[in-house]
Write a protein that binds this ligand. Structure first.
Ligand SMILES: Cc1ncc(COP(=O)(O)O)c(C=O)c1O
Length: 370
C-alpha cells in the first residue's frame, strides 16, 4: 500500500467528513443561573408519564442483561397502538439514528439527498457523512414546496427527506401534497417522512404517512418518543416502512441499538394515553396563547402545528434575534438561534409550562420596551 500522507500525520477520515459542521444542540445552562427555563430543544412541557419513569426505574436491577435486540415487546406495542404490522417497524436510538442508518444504507459518494431549505439539519449532516451531496430545495412562505422538491430530483437522487411538520418552521404539508410528492418520484427514490411532531397536529388534511407506507415500497415514516412522549433522554425512535426497507435497516443497525430501559419506558409511555392527551391539550391551549401574545408585542410568529414556534425579531441591532437571545438567556430563559437554518432573524421557542410561557412574554415585553 502506498502511504499518501506524511509520516506522523493523523489518519484521514473519508472525503467530506471534515466539511460536516457538527450539529449543535439546544443549550441547557445559563451562566450564574441555577434554575433555567429550557425552551431550546422542543422537549415536552409536562415531562414524561409517571408510568414510563417507573418502567425505567424497574429496569435498574437488570442492567447487566443485554436488551432484546429486536425490541419485540415495544414493536408489538407500537403495532397494537397504531394498528400496524410489527414486522414493518424498526426501532432506533432516537429517530436521529434511523436517519443516519437510512442514509448509510441507501446513499454513497456522488449521490444526492434532497431536503427542504429550512428542513431539519440532521438531513444534510447525514448526507455529508455518507459522502453524498445535500440538495436544498427552496420553500414558499417558510413551508415545504412540493414542486420545488420534485424539481430538485435528478438521476443522482437517492433520498428525499420531508419533515412533517417541519422543525424549525412549524409548518406542515397536507396529505394530498405528500401524496403528490410521492407520485412524482421514481420508485428508486426513497421518500422519508419524518413525523416527529405528528401527535401534536390536529388538522383534517394532515397524515403522518402510514397510508403511503402501506401502499409503496419506497416510503418510510419516522416517529419519535422524544417529543409528545417526553423521553428525549432515553433516545427512542421508530421507523414504519416496507418489509424490504425494514430488512435493510435490520442489516445495518447494531444488534442492540435500543437499550433495555428505553424499550421498557417506551412500552409504558404508549400505554399512558391520558398523559399524551394532557400534553396535546396543553399545547392546544398554550401554542395559540403564546402566538397571540407575541403577535400582540409586534413580533412575527410563523403559524406552527408543533410544540414550538419561530419568532421573527426586528432588524435593529438592539432588538434583533441575537439581542433577544442574550436578553432571554440573562433571565435564565434558553431559546434556540436559527442561523444554522438560514433564519438568523428568528428564534425558535418551545412551548413550555403556563408559568414559563408567561415569563417569556413578560421578559420579551420588557426587552422590546427598553
Ligand atoms: C424533525 C425532527 N426529526 C427528528 C428529530 C430527532 O429526534 P430523536 O430525539 O428521536 O432523535 C428531531 C429532534 O428535534 C426533529 O425535530
Amino acid at each position: 500500500m502506498t502511504a499518501t500522507r506524511r509520516p506522523g500525520s493523523a489518519p484521514a477520515p473519508r472525503p467530506g467528513i471534515l466539511e460536516v459542521a457538527p450539529y449543535v444542540g439546544g443549550e441547557s445552562k445559563a451562566a450564574g443561573i441555577d434554575r433555567v427555563i429550557r425552551l431550546a430543544s422542543n422537549e415536552s412541557a409536562l415531562g414524561p408519564s409517571p408510568r414510563a419513569i417507573a418502567a425505567y426505574q424497574a429496569r435498574a436491577q437488570e442492567i447487566h442483561r443485554y436488551p432484546d435486540g429486536g425490541s419485540t415487546e415495544l414493536r408489538d406495542a407500537l403495532a397494537r397502538h397504531h394498528g400496524l404490522d410489527a414486522e414493518r417497524i424498526v426501532c432506533g436510538s432516537g429517530s436521529d439514528e434511523l436517519i443516519a442508518l437510512l442514509v448509510r444504507a441507501y446513499v454513497g459518494p456522488g449521490d444526492e439527498v434532497v431536503y427542504s431549505r429550512h428542513g431539519f439539519l440532521m438531513y444534510p449532516i447525514a448526507a455529508m457523512t455518507a459522502g453524498a451531496t445535500p440538495i436544498a430545495a427552496p420553500e414558499k412562505n417558510l413551508t415545504t414546496d412540493v414542486d420545488a422538491l420534485l424539481a430538485a430530483v435528478t438521476a443522482k437522487t437517492k433520498i428525499i427527506f420531508l419533515a412533517n411538520p417541519n422543525n424549525p418552521t412549524g409548518t406542515y404539508t397536507s396529505a394530498e401534497d405528500v401524496a403528490r410528492l410521492h407520485a412524482g418520484l421514481p420508485p428508486s427514490v426513497l421518500l422519508i417522512i419524518d413525523a416527529a411532531y405528528a401527535e401534536f397536529v390536529s388538522r383534517n388534511d394532515y397524515d403522518p404517512g402510514v397510508a403511503l407506507v402501506d401502499k409503496a415500497e419506497n416510503v418510510v415514516m419516522l416517529r419519535t418518543f422524544s417529543k409528545i412522549y417526553a423521553l428525549g433522554g432515553m433516545r427512542l425512535g421508530w421507523a414504519y416502512c416496507s418489509p424490504v426497507v425494514a430488512d435493510v435497516l435490520n442489516r445495518v443497525r447494531s444488534p442492540f441499538n435500543v437499550n433495555a430501559a428505553a424499550q421498557a419506558a417506551g412500552v409504558a409511555a404508549l400505554a399512558d394515553v391520558a398523559a399524551v392527551d394532557r400534553a396535546r391539550e396543553h399545547n392546544d391551549i398554550w401554542l395559540p396563547w403564546f402566538t397571540r401574545e407575541l403577535t400582540g408585542l409586534g413580533l412575527t410568529v410563523n403559524p406552527s402545528v408543533g410544540n414550538f414556534v419561530i419568532v421573527r425579531f426586528p432588524d435593529a441591532a438592539s432588538r434583533n434575534a441575537d439581542a433577544a437571545f442574550v436578553h432571554l438567556q440573562s433571565r435564565g430563559i434558553l431559546t434556540r438561534k436559527m442561523g444554522g437554518y438560514h433564519l438568523p432573524e428568528w428564534l425558535r421557542i418551545t412551548i413550555g409550562t403556563e408559568d414559563e410561557m408567561r415569563q417569556v412574554v413578560a421578559v420579551l415585553r420588557e426587552f422590546l420596551a427598553t
